[in-house]
Design a protein around this ligand. Structure first.
Ligand code: GLN
Length: 457
């Protein structure tokens, strides 16, 4: 076992009592002497990636005894590139939620301050990268589950174009919105990771056929002639002066380095419907996807006299109350008599929102806005008004990246009271090299690269 792996395992065990970031730490990892693009990379994976012979729970009690029987394609590609997976990380149950507080193994804590959330749903993956225990960690992003925790933990979080990375072997949440994503400590590592993970997969018919050509080594971060759109709607509803100050400061720096900054507005009425629309689509698809979690063939089964009783008891006891609520909403939206005016209507609104996004992107290379309205909330103090514009727009606009499937990345923007906050960048479909170039430019301007927070135990 290499020195890096031994060090990573030790660090993961050391920080586990205060972060609760891992579900499984793989102490007996197998390594090879081959050399590949991820040689010496110590990596973690969210626990919704299937791993052969290793517990794969998706953060749910109902799968808390499920051992994977094959490797997800992303895991396979990491191994082929000689990366070593040392941990499976905690997530909000089945990827549903944004707090990092609903995994069956308990809440995940922010490495910067354990009184704060890490964000979710890819909480554990964000934490182990931010704490410097691993170099990269896989996550999944259905609404913002990579890009939001990246903001709260001060690291890079990537959601590429829909279909860029195979989802084969990833326990689904909502199939039309689910993306494989990941975290790194800097933009170059993020670009190298995408080169490794991307590609057509015959086992995932939604993967893009055209390969992504190598681009990482040719990134320059040169902004001259680039048009950067500032998403005005998002800024307008942020009432935290510190966030606006950090963002405005970044915008000035972008201008100073040769970018043309243009303010962009999206139809506000429509934008306010993005989150409710997201919840309808996500809950309906999740309800259908998770209908197989009956515990009849696999999973943690509760006793009962017949199949119906077993399924009822297992599902009621196996899912947290948030999930049960979402399955009720999803079942309602999918009922024959409701489909037209709930599920299908939401799909039409989604289309309109993507048209708005297309318009917003028409005259710019990239759209930027703060990835969260402020730093990670304190645990127990997440009492934001759910119907406010701040919540509906500033805190949740990143679902547009899932509606459209367009590539979107969060990179660190600065610190408020010693807690990190990120900026999000979205570009048109299949333009990841451009997205990474803008991200690199921002990383160079802020100087916030490899921002590792050593956790004090
Ligand atoms: N917070 C969102 C939700 O609960 C996003 C989750 C995700 O991207 N997996 O659905």
């Amino acid at each position: 076992m290499s020195e890096q792996i031994v060090k990573a395992l030790k660090e993961l065990h050391r920080i586990q009592p205060v972060t609760n970031a891992c579900i499984t730490i793989i102490d007996d990892v197998s390594t090879s002497n081959h050399v590949g693009p991820l040689s010496d990379w110590v990596i973690a994976a969210k626990d919704n990636f299937a791993t052969d012979g290793i517990l794969t729970t998706a953060g749910s009690k109902i799968l808390s005894n499920y051992i994977g029987v094959y490797d997800a394609t992303a895991i396979k590609k990491i191994k082929e590139a000689c990366g070593v997976i040392v941990a499976k990380t905690a997530l909000d149950e089945l990827g549903m939620g944004g707090t990092g507080l609903t995994c069956f193994t308990g809440p995940v804590f922010n490495p910067y301050n354990q009184n704060h959330q890490a964000g979710g749903s890819s909480s554990g993956s964000a934490v182990v990268v931010a704490a410097g225990a691993v170099r990269m960690a896989l996550g999944s992003d259905t609404g913002d589950s990579v890009r939001k925790p990246a903001s709260f933990c001060g690291i890079v979080g990537v959601k590429p174009t829909y279909g860029r990375i195979s989802r084969y072997g990833v326990i689904p949440y909502a199939s039309s919105l689910d993306h494989v994503g990941y975290f790194t400590q800097n933009v170059l590592d993020a670009a190298v990771t995408l080169e490794v993970l991307s590609g057509f997969d015959p086992l995932d018919p939604t993967t893009i056929i055209e390969p992504l050509l190598p681009f990482a080594q040719s990134l320059t971060g040169d902004l001259k002639g680039k048009k950067i759109g500032v998403l005005k709607n998002v800024i307008e509803h942020i009432d935290h002066v510190e966030t606006c100050d950090l963002f405005n400061d970044l915008v000035s720096k972008l201008e100073d380095s040769g970018a043309e900054v243009i303010e962009v507005m999206i139809n506000e009425q429509l934008l306010k419907t993005a989150l409710p629309t997201y919840y309808i689509i996500a809950n309906c698809e999740a309800t259908a996807n998770h209908a197989n979690l009956t515990t009849v063939n696999f999973g943690l089964r509760q006793p009962g006299l017949d199949l119906k009783e077993i399924m009822n008891a297992s599902r009621t006891g196996g899912f947290n109350s948030l999930l049960r609520k979402r399955f009720v909403i999803g079942s309602y939206g999918l009922k024959d008599e409701n489909q037209e005016f709930i599920f299908k209507k939401a799909q039409k609104v989604r289309r309109l929102l993507v048209q708005e996004l297309n318009q917003a992107l028409e005259n710019v290379d990239a759209l930027i806005a703060p990835a969260s309205s402020t730093i990670a909330p304190k645990i127990g103090e997440d009492n934001i008004d759910k119907l406010s514009n701040k919540h509906l727009i500033s805190e949740n606009y990143m679902v547009l990246g899932n509606f459209s499937g367009y590539p979107s990345i969060t990179v660190p923007m600065g610190y408020i009271h010693e807690m990190p906050i990120g900026v999000n960048i979205t570009t048109k479909a299949n333009t990841e090299p451009l997205m990474f170039d803008v991200a690199l430019a921002i990383e160079m301007l802020t100087g916030l690269k490899n921002q590792v927070k050593k956790v004090i135990v």
